[in-house]
Design a protein around this ligand. Sequence first.
Ligand SMILES: [Zn+2]
Ligand SMILES: [Zn+2]
Length: 343
Amino acid sequence: MSCILLCVDILFVCDETYDIADLYDRIVTNSPTSTIPGEKPIIQRIEVPLTFDAEFFQKLQDEVEILESLQVGEQKALVGEISALSNDMTALAKPSRFRKTDLYRWRELFEIYLQAMVFFSTHELDHGSRNSGSAAKQLQWFQSEIMRRGIISSFKLPASRQAFERFVNINITLLRNLKFQEINQTAISKILKKFDKRTHLGAQSKFPKLIGSAITMSEDMAKAVCSQLSQELIKKVPQLDDYMCPICFTIAWRPVRMACKHILCISCAVTLQRKRQRFCPLCRGDVILKADADNIDSEVENFIEKYFPKEAREKRIAVETERGKEQFGESYKHPSEQRCVVM
Ligand SMILES: [Zn+2]
Ligand SMILES: [Zn+2]
């Protein structure tokens, strides 16, 4: 009879446990093992009929393929859903002076979502991918924070509520996949461990790739989906952080683009010039005194006025108030603060 040294790869898919585990139990129960306490284990060679083994590997191969295609299918569905939601987001968060828009509410919502770092953390203590347990906690925090701030009830467009539900569902689906892969990974390593304990064949060290494959698969999926979420969906709603002046940390109203390409708000650029400071605070390039009115980046200026109208207005009033005080003294009041009194 032909014989083969046995290797075991076993996967559990969803909540169905395949009979490979039974197969494995039958194999290891029938195999001879050293049982004398204190004695070094005798290395055993397990012989199984080739037909039996081939059947085993075929089943195993099938399960791996099912798992992979399941993953591919799930990822494809998620990618499609994110694209569809991104298209809808264009209308929901469209900047408009005259029509109803949820631009500010979506911005706040995505800002909280980015803060939550549901699937990946950039904190020093827990840097990297999260496991399903901590991802679930972060997602819960995100949802409770949204509720606490009353963002959903303040949506002006009914379609925004539906879009929010879809956004949460995308996250839940990704979380479910992460959990599913973790269960597979635990199952694989437990089975290989049990197998090694009984046979001393070192299957765990021979198949680290197999144990790691479930982790890699879920990490790859989480990375791909999260990057699409931020690149395609969240980018539809520009965040304030990306348009802040690096000196005063408020919006770069009237943005001055230096020759080094860095942008400062006009107020900070003028302050530096008055102090005769020559060097860019970010790159130390000798650019500040060379800047003039031509350095105003009108494209970014229009973008800021369009997407951040409230912040731009507040900054304009603050800058104009400062100039007014310089010209007319501390008692100067900006026209927006003065009340008309009808006699
Ligand atoms: Zn500034
Ligand atoms: Zn610079």
